[in-house]
Design a protein around this ligand. Structure first.
Ligand code: GAR
Length: 202
């Protein structure tokens, strides 16, 4: 069974989809801890309600990356809880080489676009502004770049004329909640093989 730690900064709807998949036995994992860089993030409340150890880690002085003392504390918590993989679920910081090397091809992220289009922040707004007619979500391994790691799975979402950033993000999130637990189950089954940029599902 996969010992999975989840890192997030926000409302934690992807985390909830992971918890639900574990409960429904669609995901053969144990959530060992949940960590947030935001003290009052709802993801921590979801963890507490589910009986999962929940931690706020102060990541200052940096605003956009996980480095130094914060990174150290996260590594310590992951070790303490015996995590063998990490799921980023709306974690809004760049993960740096120390953590990546400690968990090479064991850190997974969900991103709200069809990468490599629209990396970075508020990808659904970028998609609307660009005028694409389809976008989606991507589950990928985390490497040293920003949203550049080998792609595990993608789901396509249409963009409608009537869309606002909110309606488009909501439609993308419906697909995220299906794609993420499914991809994590492949990881739990040991089926994912990375060769260069490509991920094969054996
Ligand atoms: C999700 O849409 C996720 O793809 C995105 O943040 C949202 C978190 O929602 N992540 C990124 O943009 C990472 N670059 P959630 O807290 O409800 O899971």
């Amino acid at each position: 069974m996969l010992a999975l730690a989840v890192l997030g900064s926000g409302k934690g709807s992807n985390f909830q989809s992971i918890l639900d998949a574990v409960r429904d036995k669609r995901l053969d994992a144990r959530i060992v801890c949940t960590i947030s860089d935001v003290a009052d993030a709802f993801i921590l409340e979801r963890a507490r309600r589910a009986g999962v150890p929940a931690y706020h880690v102060d990541c200052s002085p940096w605003k956009t990356k996980l480095e130094g003392m914060g990174e150290e504390r996260v590594l310590e918590l992951l070790r303490e809880h015996g995590a063998d993989a990490v799921a980023l679920a709306g974690f809004m910081r760049i993960v740096k080489p120390r953590l990546i090397e400690a968990y090479r091809n064991r850190i997974v992220n969900i991103h709200p676009s069809l990468l490599p289009a629209f990396p970075g922040l508020r990808a659904w707004e970028q998609a609307l502004a660009y005028g694409v007619h389809v976008t989606g979500c991507t589950v990928h391994f985390v490497d040293e770049g920003t949203d550049t790691g080998p792609i595990i799975a993608q789901r396509v979402v249409p963009v409608f004329d009537s869309d606002t950033p909110e309606t488009l993000h909501a439609r993308i999130q419906e697909q995220e909640h299906l794609a993420y637990p499914e991809a994590l189950q492949w990881l739990a089954e040991g089926r994912l093989r990375v060769e260069g940029r490509r991920v094969f599902r054996d």
